[in-house]
Design a protein. Structure first.
Length: 404
C-alpha cells in the first residue's frame, strides 16, 4: 500500500511538471509577471490535486476490513506506565487514647533478723600470729533486718577452730535496724603452726541463730599461726648474759629480717630468734636453763647476732652449750663464734657441726688475749639440711670470769 501511494505521488508530480512545460510554450513573451502568475496557478492546482488524492487514499484504507491473526497468549503482561500528578492532600489525624502500662513496685520483705558485713576492724584474713599469742578479733556489722538487737542477743561459735574463745559472747547494747556495731572476741592462737579458721553467727533472744543476709551465712576469723613463740626475756645472771641481751643485738640473715621477742620488731619473718627458759633438747633432754632458739628456715640460710662490744677482763671465757632442739624433724648445722674490734674485720674464733644425734656440745673459749679491749662477739649458725628448716639452741651463752 505504501509503495502504491508513493508511485501515485510520483506520477502526479511528473504530470504537474509536464503541464508546466507545455504551458511555457503557450506563454507569450509579453512579460515576466504573466509567466510567474501562470506558474503559481499551476503549482496551486497540483498541490490541491495531491492533497485530495492523499485524503481519498487514507479514507479507503481506513474503511478496509482488518484481518486479525490470532497469536499465543502471553504469560507476561507489560505494566502500563501511569503518570501521577501530585496534588495537595489534607490529612486529618485523630488522637487515639493509649494506655501505657505502669511499672508496679516490687515489695521487698526484709527479715526480722539479718546482719551485713562491713569490714574486719582487726585481724584481717591471713594475719600471721605467733603461736600461743593472745589477740582480739573485731568485726564491724550492720543490723540489716527489721528487729532491734538487744542485750539478749549474742555471738556464737559455729565451727572450725574456736582459738580459745568462749562458745558465746553477749552483746553489750541495743542496735536498731540500720545501725552498725563493732563486735569483739578475745582469742588465743593455737600452739602449733598452720592455718586456722573459726566461723561465727548471731543468736536472738529465742535461741535462733542468723548470719549475713538473714540466713546461715557465717562471718569468720582466719589466721596463720607461726611456730614462733618466745618466753619473756630474762634479767641477766652473768656478767655478760647473751640471752638477756637478745634485744640489744643486731640480727642479720641472708633471708632478710629476723623475728625477735622485742618491741617494735616484726614477728612475721621466716627466720627467728626467741627465748626458751625450759628448752627441750635433742634426745628429749628437758633443761631449766635459759637458751636462745634459732629457727633457720631454708637450706644454706644463715643467721648472725652482733652483740654490743664488751671490755674483756683477764680470765673471761665465752661459755655456751649448742645443739638441735628436739622439735627438729632433721638437723644439720654449723655453729660459729666470731669477733670484731671496732668496725674492723670479722674474725672467726671457732666452728662446730651439729646433727640430730641426741647429743650436744659445750663451747668454752678463753678470751684472755683480748684483755682490756672492747670486742663485739657474733653468734652465728648455718642450715646445712638438704630440704627442711632447723631448730637450734645456744643454751646459757655468756661471758664468765673463771678466776673469780
Amino acid at each position: 500500500m505504501v509503495k502504491r501511494f508513493f508511485l501515485l505521488v510520483f506520477i502526479l508530480i511528473l504530470g504537474a511538471l509536464a503541464l508546466a512545460a507545455c504551458g511555457s510554450f503557450l506563454i507569450s513573451k509579453t512579460g515576466a509577471d504573466s509567466v510567474s502568475a501562470r506558474q503559481t496557478e499551476v503549482m496551486s492546482t497540483v498541490s490541491a490535486l495531491l492533497t485530495q488524492q492523499a485524503f481519498e487514499t487514507l479514507v479507503a484504507e481506513a474503511t478496509q476490513p482488518v484481518l486479525v491473526t490470532p497469536t499465543p497468549a502471553s504469560t507476561f503482561t507489560q505494566p502500563v506506565p501511569v503518570q501521577i500528578t501530585p496534588s495537595a492532600t489534607t490529612v486529618f489525624v485523630t488522637a487515639v487514647p493509649t494506655t501505657v502500662p505502669t511499672a508496679s513496685a516490687t515489695q521487698i520483705v526484709l527479715p526480722c533478723n539479718s546482719a551485713g558485713f562491713v569490714k574486719d576492724v582487726s585481724v584481717p584474713d591471713g594475719t600471721e600470729i605467733a603461736a600461743g599469742a593472745k589477740f582480739t578479733k573485731t568485726w564491724r556489722l550492720v543490723n540489716s533486718g527489721t528487729c532491734t538487737w538487744t542485750t539478749a542477743y549474742d555471738l556464737v561459735f559455729v565451727d572450725g577452730s574456736a582459738m580459745g574463745a568462749p562458745a558465746a559472747v553477749a552483746l553489750t547494747g541495743n542496735l536498731r535496724p540500720g545501725e552498725t556495731v563493732d563486735l569483739s572476741v578475745e582469742m588465743v592462737a593455737p600452739a602449733s603452726g598452720g592455718a586456722y579458721k573459726g566461723s561465727w553467727l548471731l543468736r536472738d533472744a529465742n535461741d535462733k541463730s542468723f548470719g549475713l543476709g538473714g540466713g546461715k551465712n557465717a562471718f569468720w576469723v582466719s589466721i596463720k599461726v607461726s611456730a614462733y613463740k618466745s618466753d619473756a626475756v630474762p634479767a641477766a645472771i652473768y656478767p655478760y648474759d647473751f640471752t638477756a641481751a637478745i634485744c640489744q643485738a643486731t640480727w642479720k640473715s641472708n633471708a632478710g629480717m629476723v623475728t625477735l621477742p622485742c618491741p617494735n620488731v616484726s614477728q612475721k619473718e621466716e627466720e627467728w630468734a626467741a627465748v626458751q627458759l625450759n628448752p627441750l633438747l635433742e634426745g628429749k633432754a628437758q633443761e631449766d636453763e635459759r637458751a636462745i632458739w634459732m629457727h633457720i628456715n631454708s637450706p644454706n640460710d644463715w643467721m648472725q647476732a652482733f652483740y654490743p662490744a664488751s671490755v674483756i677482763k683477764k680470765g673471761d671465757h665465752f661459755i655456751a652449750y649448742i645443739g638441735c632442739l628436739n622439735s627438729s624433724a632433721a638437723c644439720e648445722a654449723v655453729f660459729s663464734l666470731d669477733y670484731r674490734i671496732d668496725n674492723g674485720e670479722v674474725i672467726n674464733l671457732g666452728k662446730w657441726t651439729e646433727t640430730l644425734d641426741g647429743k650436744y656440745q659445750k663451747v668454752d673459749i678463753d678470751l684472755s688475749q683480748f684483755e682490756g679491749k672492747a670486742i663485739t662477739l657474733i653468734l652465728g649458725a648455718t642450715n646445712k639440711n638438704s630440704s627442711s628448716a632447723i631448730e637450734l639452741f645456744w643454751m646459757v651463752p655468756s661471758i664468765r670470769n673463771i678466776t673469780l
